[in-house]
Design a protein around this ligand. Structure first.
Ligand code: AGP
Length: 612
C-alpha cells in the first residue's frame, strides 16, 4: 500500500527518493509526492502527482536538488486520488510537512477540535489533520510537538516529518505501520520498506510501535512516545539487491514463479532430518513451552487472508490427516469479529507473506486477548506479525514483489508440511512414513524445475484461452485449495472471472454454467480420489465443456477425455499442491501477458493490505 522514504545528509537526494519510491511501487498506489529542502538557499519544493511515479518524475524539474527530503506513494483510503489528497501534506502555517502511512481513526473529532481553534482543511485526508495537530502543539520544538500530537491519535501510523524552522532534522514515528531507519555515513534515511534504502545501506534499525526517532545527518536518537531513551540494535537487511530486481525476467511474477525450486529449497534448509524420518523448526524448538501447546492442542485455528488462506486450507488437511489435531481455517477478517471459542488448549496459527496484513494482525490481537497461544508463519523478517506472535517460522522465500503471490504460497505449504511431520512423528507417525515424506521433500525442487521446463506447453494453452470470459477451477482433497488459488491468480492479474470449487460440488450448482465457452481446469492427478475426478470430468464433457487437465505423467486415460492436458510428476499426497499449483500460476501469468496487462501491478490491488 502506501510507501515512505526520507533522506537527510549533504548529497542531492532527489534521485534517491524517487528510486526509493519506485522500489515500493509493487505495493500498490495511486499518487505520489516529494518534498525537497535545499540547505544552502533555505528553499523548499513540493511536487505531487496523481498516477504513476513516472508522472511525478516528469513534473520534477531537471534542476531540482536538495539535501533533505521526504517522499510518499499514496493508496487512497480517505478521499479519492487527486493532487490535494496526495502527500506530503503541509500544515496551515506552511512550516511542517508530513508523510503518513496508516489510518487516523479519530480524525473526525480531531478535525472538529482543530477547526474550533481556526484551522482550515483543504483535503479529505486524515493526514492533513495530523500535520495540523502537530502545528497546534508546535512551540519551537518539533520533536515535542510530534509526540504530543501522536498521544492524541487513535489508529495506525508510520510517519516522516520535516519542519522548516528546524531543517537539521527529520522525525519518524510508528504505530502499527512499518518504518525503519537506514544508517549511512554523514547521511541517514528512513523508509517503510528496506528495499527503498538497500542501494545506500544494508544497516537498518527497525522501529517498533510507539517509538519515535530524531534523525540528523550524523545521528539517530530513538525514544518512546513517553520520552524514554532507547538503545536499538542495528540489523542487516536479509536480502540483496539482486533479490529485488527483475534479473532479466519480464516481470517479478515470472521471476518469482521460476525461483521456486530455490525458494522451496531455502524454506527447507536445515529443517529436514532424513535419518530420523522427521523435520525440525528452530523457531518452534527454541520455545519449547509454546511448541508443546501446539503439539498438545485440542483445536487449531489458522487465520489468514487471500493466498495465505489457501495455504492454510492445505495445512488443515495436513494437520488433521497426519498430526490428528482438529483444525479450523478462518478468514482473519471474520475471526476477529465473530466470537471464536478459545479454550486453554486452543492454538492459533497466523499465516502471512508480508507480516503486515491488517486483518491478520487484528485477528492475532483478538486471539491473544482471549488467551490463545499464537504462532506465526511469515516471510518478511521482523514484520509486525512476526513480532506480535508468541513464536513462529519464517518462510525464507526472499522478497516477494509480484502482487500475485506465488513463491510465498509454495513456501507456506512447505512450512506447514514441516510442522505437520514434526508433530506427527512425535505422536504416532512411523519412521517409515516420515522417512518417505522427507525423501519426497528433498526431491521436490527438482520436480518443480521439471514442470517449469515445460512452460511452453502452458503458454500455448494460455494463448488459446486468453479471450475466455469465465473459468472454472476444480480439484478435490489437497487440491481443492489449489483450485481456489488457481482461480484467484487468474482473477487478480487477467481480470477474468474465475471460480474455484471442490470438483464434486460442481454438480450442486456451477454445472449450470458449463457450455462450449467455459474452460474448466481440473486438477486430476493420480491420487486416491483420481477415479472420482475422472467422473467429474466426464460430467463436464457431457455438457460440451472445454476441459484442461493437470494430470500425472504416464496417465493416458486422461488424454482421451480432456481437450488439453498439462502433465506433471507425482509426489506424495500432502505435497502435491506444490506441484499442481505451478502450471496454474504460469497459466494465469501467460493469459494476463497475452491480454497486455501489467502483471506486477494489477489494478486496484496492493501487495500488502495494511487497512482493515
Ligand atoms: C495474493 O496473490 C494476493 N495478492 C492476496 O490475496 C494476499 O495473499 C493477501 O492479501 C494476504 O497477504 P499476506 O500473505 O501478506 O498476509
Amino acid at each position: 500500500m502506501c510507501g515512505i522514504v526520507g533522506y537527510i545528509g549533504n548529497k542531492d537526494c532527489v534521485r534517491f527518493l524517487v528510486d526509493g519510491l519506485k522500489r515500493v511501487e509493487y505495493r500498490g498506489y495511486d499518487s505520489a509526492g516529494i518534498l525537497i529542502y535545499r540547505k544552502n538557499t533555505a528553499e523548499h519544493f513540493l511536487v505531487k502527482n496523481v498516477g504513476k511515479i513516472i508522472e511525478l518524475e516528469k513534473s520534477i524539474s531537471s534542476n531540482l536538488s536538495g539535501n533533505i527530503g521526504i517522499a510518499h506513494t499514496r493508496w487512497a483510503t480517505h478521499g479519492e486520488p487527486n493532487h490535494k489528497n496526495s502527500h506530503p501534506h503541509v500544515s496551515n502555517d506552511g512550516n511542517i510537512f508530513l508523510v503518513h502511512n496508516g489510518i487516523i481513526e479519530n480524525y473526525t473529532s480531531l478535525k472538529k477540535k482543530l477547526e474550533k481553534t481556526g484551522f482550515t482543511f483543504y483535503s479529505e485526508t486524515d493526514t492533513e489533520i495530523l500535520v495540523n495537530l502537530i502545528q497546534h502543539y508546535y512551540k519551537g520544538d518539533i520533536e515535542k510537538a510530534v509526540k504530543e500530537a501522536l498521544l492524541d491519535v487513535k489508529g495506525t501510523y508510520g510517519i516522516g516529518v520535516f519542519c522548516l524552522n528546524e531543517p537539521d532534522k527529520l522525525i519518524a514515528a510508528r504505530l502499527g505501520s512499518p518504518l525503519l531507519i537506514g544508517i549511512g555515513k554523514n547521511e541517514n534515511y528512513f523508509a517503510s520498506d528496506p528495499s527503498s534504502v538497500l542501494k545506500k545501506t544494508s544497516e537498518v534499525v527497525y522501529m517498533q510501535d510507539r517509538e519515535i526517532a530524531v534523525i540528523t545527518k550524523d545521528s539517530v536518537v530513538h525514544k518512546t512516545l513517553d520520552d524514554e531513551l532507547l538503545e536499538k540494535s542495528i540489523e542487516k537487511i536479509s536480502f540483496e539487491l539482486t533479490d529485488i530486481e527483475k534479473s532479466g525476467y519480464d516481470h517479478f511474477m515470472l521471476k518469482e514463479i521460476f525461483e521456486q525450486p530455490k525458494t522451496i529449497t531455502d524454506s527447507m534448509r536445515g529443517r529436514l532430518l532424513l535419518e530420523e524420518g522427521t523435520t525440525k523448526l528452530g523457531g518452534l524448538n527454541e520455545h519449547p513451552e509454546i511448541y508443546n501447546s501446539l503439539i498438545n492442542a485440542d483445536k487449531i485455528y489458522i487465520v489468514a487472508c487471500g493466498t495465505s488462506w489457501h495455504s492454510a486450507l492445505i495445512g488443515e488437511y495436513m494437520l488433521e490427516e497426519y498430526a490428528k489435531i482438529p483444525v479450523e481455517v478462518e478468514y482473519a477478517s471474520e475471526f476477529r469479529y465473530r466470537d471464536p471459542i478459545i479454550t486453554p488448549k486452543t492454538v492459533v496459527i497466523a499465516i502471512s507473506q508480508s507480516g503486515e496484513t491488517a486483518d491478520t494482525l487484528a485477528a492475532i490481537k483478538e486471539a491473544k486477548r482471549k488467551g490463545a497461544v499464537v504462532l506465526g508463519i511469515c516471510n518478511v523478517v521482523g514484520s509486525s506479525i512476526s513480532k506480535e506472535t508468541d513464536a513462529g517460522v519464517y518462510l525464507h522465500a526472499g522478497p516477494e514483489i509480484g502482487v500475485a503471490s506465488t513463491k510465498a504460497f509454495t513456501s507456506q505449504v512447505i512450512v506447514l508440511a514441516l510442522i505437520t511431520i514434526d508433530i506427527a512423528r512425535r505422536k504416532h507417525l512411523s519412521f517409515r512414513q516420515g522417512y518417505k515424506i522427507v525423501k519426497e521433500l528433498k526431491i521436490l525442487p527438482a520436480l518443480v524445475e521439471s514442470i517449469l521446463e515445460n512452460s511452453a506447453v502452458i503458454k500455448e494453452i494460455a494463448k488459446k484461452f486468453s479471450s475466455a470470459k469465465n473459468f472454472l477451477y476444480l480439484g478435490r482433497g489437497y487440491n481443492f485449495p489449489v483450485a481456489l488459488e488457481g482461480a484467484l491468480k487468474l482473477k487478480e492479474i487477467s481480470y477474468i472471472h474465475a471460480e474455484g470449487y471442490p470438483a464434486a460440488e460442481m454438480k450442486h450448482g456451477p454445472i449450470a454454467l458449463i457450455d462450449e465457452n467455459m474452460p474448466v481446469i481440473f486438477i486430476a492427478i493420480k491420487d486416491t480420489i483420481y477415479d472420482k475426478v475422472i467422473t467429474n470430468i466426464k460430467e463436464v464433457k457431457a455438457r460440451n465443456g472445454v476441459v484442461i487437465s493437470i494430470a500425472s505423467y504416464g496417465d493416458e486415460e486422461i488424454d482421451l477425455i480432456s481437450d488439453y492436458v498439462i502433465k506433471i510428476p507425482d509426489t506424495t499426497n500432502l505435497l502435491s499442491p506444490i506441484l499442481t499449483v505451478i502450471p496454474l500460476q504460469l497459466l494465469a501469468y501467460y493469459i494476463a501477458v497475452e491480454k497486455g496487462y501489467n502483471v506486477d501491478m494489477p489494478r486496484n490491488l496492493a501487495k500488502s493490505v495494511t487497512v482493515e
